[in-house]
Design a protein around this ligand. Structure first.
Ligand code: IMP
Length: 423
């Protein structure tokens, strides 16, 4: 079966963009299946560094078809800008297609996102891109879909109706109202350029599957930000886990072969919410600096901590991860000893299960196990045997704890700093 899914197993920022770029060497179609321009997938090719937000990471290989699936929420103005930015840098975007069922994000969603974050309710620490309000409209059945990008009249009518409705809310909240016609002009300009890319991508993807082509589903964010399985309500508004690939791309579950879980050798999170292994000392700062842990979308410093095997075990279980791609191993190079969280102590009781209760997660004390560090450079390793024994043991232990197998190791941002591990 030719469909593989790649997901993040933590709170996002695991290095998925780089892995997808590496895996697309052998792939015909790449499909983004959820999220929107809240994502920031970094890909380094030679001396060039690219940050993708909506465009699938297969775009750097012109022969690969890139699909923005129906499960995505896409801001047409931001998408058009991203495509033009890539084209200006000489990247061919002719193979990027958008599902006609993709939901659209507009300026009123972004304003609503800001209002939600600044009110008296729970502050999630969102990326401010309007993701939650756009998914809420989808579920409320008032969203506008990409198919309307091909019909300026329908798009204008839908946009005006929704924008006016939102303006009533903004007025009540004392927020600035949207200049509907000015915003609509921007949307229509983007729509005219995007319209030729709008397709019924479900047929494109299923035809590729039927023809035995290799299809890779690219997840954004991470399992612990999943709307059902993450640290609710401190989550994003989509299903980031592998099940979301079937609904968000329109393929049946029996077409799936492998689920790749991208897992960082330590843990990071941006935004608010519980993070049991977070480090507030120099060690956390060292991880942040060495790992360049600053948000690719918002530039926010990421919170850093030890590898949390309890959370990642849950993530790997829910996703069905059978292949692990461990990233940023080199960031741990200078440490004398490295901790792994193997359980949570909650109310004097130790558990290996990831709790649904926010209160329990917030009070969880990590039970740490210490492994010896390797204190030498791994960034030049090009195969399993090149790694020092302590690094190999660390990786094996990570895999054991999450009940999966290490298939790829990444020791730096460049394409060549990634190698396969033979079983
Ligand atoms: P939203 O997706 O902008 O609504 O943000 C909800 C939560 O998900 C916030 O904590 C964000 O920081 C987090 N989040 C969203 N996208 C990403 C991502 O690509 N990487 C890491 N965290 C993210």
């Amino acid at each position: 079966m030719p469909v593989d899914i790649l997901v993040g197993t933590q709170w996002g920022d695991e290095g998925k963009g780089k892995l997808i770029d590496v895996l697309t060497r052998d792939v015909d179609v790449v499909v983004r299946f959820q999220g929107g321009n809240n994502a920031g997938h970094t890909v380094e090719i030679g001396d060039e560094r690219y940050v993708l937000h909506l465009v699938p990471s297969g775009v750097f290989r012109p022969e690969v078809k890139c699909v923005i699936g129906n499960g995505v929420v896409a801001d047409p103005v931001a998408l058009q800008e991203e495509l033009e930015g890539l084209e200006k840098r000489g990247i061919d975007t002719g193979n990027v297609f958008i599902s006609n069922r993709t939901q659209l994000i507009f300026a009123y969603h972004r304003t609503m996102d800001r209002i939600n974050e600044s009110g008296t309710g729970v502050k999630i620490g969102t990326t401010g891109r309007g993701i939650g309000p756009a998914y809420a409209d989808k579920m409320r059945r008032t969203g506008i879909r990409a198919i309307d990008l091909t019909s300026p009249e329908r798009l204008a009518a839908g946009f005006r109706a929704e924008a006016e409705k939102y303006n009533q809310i903004f007025k009540r909240c004392g927020a600035p109202e949207l200049d509907v016609e000015a915003e609509l002009a921007k949307v229509l300009a983007a729509a005219a350029k995007l319209a030729p890319r709008v397709r019924d991508t479900v047929y494109i993807v299923n035809a590729a599957v039927k023809a035995g082509k290799q299809v890779l589903f690219e997840g954004a964010q991470g399992a612990l930000l999943d709307i059902d399985h993450g640290t609710y309500p401190f989550v994003t508004s989509s299903n980031t886990t592998s099940g979301g690939a079937c609904t968000g791309g329109g393929v049946p579950p029996q077409s799936v072969r492998d689920v790749w879980g991208v897992i960082k050798a330590y843990t990071t999170r941006v935004g608010e919410g519980p993070f049991p292994t977070e480090l507030f000392d120099d060690c956390g700062e060292n991880l942040r600096q060495r790992g360049r842990e600053f948000g690719a979308t918002t530039g926010r410093p990421r919170r850093c901590g030890w590898f949390d095997a309890v959370a990642s075990h849950y993530a790997c279980m829910v996703n069905g991860v059978n292949k692990l791609a461990v990233t940023k191993l080199d960031v741990l190079d200078d440490l004398e000893k490295i901790a792994i969280c193997v359980g949570y102590e909650i109310d004097g009781r130790v558990t290996k299960e990831f709790p649904a209760s926010l209160a329990e997660l917030e009070s969880a004390k990590p039970v740490l196990e210490y492994l010896p560090g390797w204190q030498c450079d791994t960034s030049s390793a090009r195969c399993w045997k090149d790694l020092p024994e302590a690094a190999r043991n660390y990786l094996k232990h990570m895999a054991e704890l999450v009940d999966s197998t290490v298939a790829i190791v990444s020791v730096g941002p460049r394409r060549d700093q990634t190698f396969s591990v033979q079983a």
